[in-house]
Design a protein around this ligand. Structure first.
Ligand code: PA5
Length: 442
């Protein structure tokens, strides 16, 4: 079960209840496809529409990559990257990407333009039997296209054209974009990103499912978690029992009361990239028209030793949402020590997680005392099923929350601004006017 606890949110029950009609309106608009951005609502019933046959197709492709590759580079950025990274990190061993010994090493690229990053990746791949999953909905994103150009050539040179054809897979639009043209010309296996699913809502399409399957994880269980959460967040579920509705309502109530920053906090290092994925989901969906909560994230207790001061005592415009994992997958007890020089024998025999949980509770109480409202989202354990639940809960909460805020949660017009300037500065054909204008500003 995934639950949401608002008892320390420092918002009266009446203030949350005041949002019930707005939540109902947003849910209706999402269900009936009458809201802003209604051509991007394919994520709404995506989990329940995924068939076993579709999962089998993804698993078959993953098997080909597993059988033929020591490493697989997942090339993609933003919504074409963060979902897979988040799930794989959450489920993997903390000190390596591998959880299953027979799975290839998963590397992520195409999410930056760092020359050192790409050069070091190329160095690492020398002599390695690697494959590539090239993920881009538009098929034209510079970061990903540049990386793919380098990897395609290297893969063909290293493994030969025929094997390259087998181990390069495209996840892209059905018809348009350079990634589609290349996939069709070269005869790569390819998967389609549905038109009506935006990048940041696409983790349960092949964008996320294929890399997750290649990494050896159970995509059926991930989807089942999302399906169950889809039912739990449905329009017919009463407001008080609907976690996505509650989350959307409380964060809007807090925003109205002057809380402009939300930090997503975790107490499990494996959830670092949950924060990265969530920041894109909420930041890109709500940060527009001069509005929107600023989404930030912290890894605790690590960041209590860096950001803890600000959170406890800084400007009181912040609230936190903690993702709490009830049970770790492993057991480790604090050892007793005869000399007890560090004075920690009072912990001997306790589970490390008990200490972590007391740190979590102590931090919650301290932050609440310091005027930081606390929303607690709890999952039983870190496995595919519960990560699937979190994914859908946050997606549904985001759709509802953005509509309450009055923005179109499904577009991202602001993302184009840097691209236009970059292309003008690089002298891309077709950008001559912009090049002149930008040069005049320098
Ligand atoms: O959410 C989004 O739409 C963006 O983050 C995109 O996913 C990102 O810009 C990558 O785009 P594309 O998949 O077209 O390469």
């Amino acid at each position: 079960m995934t639950t949401i606890d608002l008892s320390k949110a420092l918002v009266g029950a009446d203030q949350i209840a005041a949002f019930e009609p707005k939540v109902a309106e947003a849910q209706k608009a999402l269900e009936e496809c009458t809201c802003k951005g209604n051509d991007f609502l394919g994520w709404m019933h995506l989990p329940s529409s995924i068939t076993p046959e579709f999962l089998a197709e993804i698993n078959a492709c993953a098997k080909t990559l597993q059988e033929n590759c020591e490493a697989v580079v997942v090339a993609g950025i933003g919504g074409s990257y963060l979902g897979a990274r988040m799930v794989i990190d959450a489920l993997s061993n903390s000190f390596g990407w591998l959880q299953k010994s027979d799975a290839p090493r998963i590397l992520f690229a195409g999410n930056n333009i760092g020359e050192d990053y790409l050069s070091e990746l190329i160095d690492y791949l020398q002599g390695v039997n690697f494959g590539v999953i090239n993920i881009s909905k538009s098929g034209t994103t510079t970061e990903t296209a540049l990386t793919f150009r380098l990897l395609k050539r290297m893969c063909e040179q290293q493994r030969g054209k025929d094997m390259a054809r087998k181990v390069i897979v495209a996840v892209t639009d059905a018809k348009k974009g350079a990634a589609r043209t290349t996939a069709d010309k070269e005869g790569y296996t390819s998967f389609i990103i549905p038109d009506n699913v935006g990048g940041r809502f696409s983790v349960l399409t092949p964008v996320g499912l294929l890399p997750i399957a290649v990494a050896g994880f159970d995509i059926a269980a991930l989807v089942k978690g999302a399906q169950d959460m889809e039912a739990q967040c449905g329009i017919d579920v009463p407001f008080a029992q609907n976690p996505a509705a509650q989350y959307a309502a409380v964060r809007n109530a807090l925003y109205q009361s002057g809380k402009k920053i939300e930090i997503l906090a975790n107490y499990q290092p494996k959830l670092h990239n949950l924060g990265e994925w969530w920041k894109q989901l909420y930041g890109e969906s709500e940060g527009k028209d001069g509005k929107g909560i600023f989404p930030a994230s912290v890894d605790l207790t690590t960041d209590l030793h860096s950001m803890g001061q600000w959170i406890q005592d800084g400007e009181r415009t912040i609230f936190e949402t903690v993702v709490s994992v009830a049970q770790p997958n492993r057991t480790l007890l604090f050892p007793s020590d005869e000399e007890n020089l560090d004075g920690l024998n009072f912990l001997a025999g306790k589970r490390v997680d008990e200490v972590n949980k007391m740190a979590e509770l102590g931090t919650q109480l301290a932050h609440v005392d310091g005027g930081v409202p606390n929303i607690k989202i709890s999952i039983d354990k870190l496995d595919e099923y519960h990560v699937g639940q979190l994914i859908y809960m946050f997606e549904r909460g985001c759709g509802i929350s953005g509509l309450i805020l009055g923005v179109n949660p499904f577009d991202q017009p602001g993302v184009e601004a840097y691209k236009k300037n970059m292309f003008a500065l690089l002298g891309k054909p077709g950008y001559e006017k912009e090049t002149q204008a930008i040069k005049a500003r320098l």
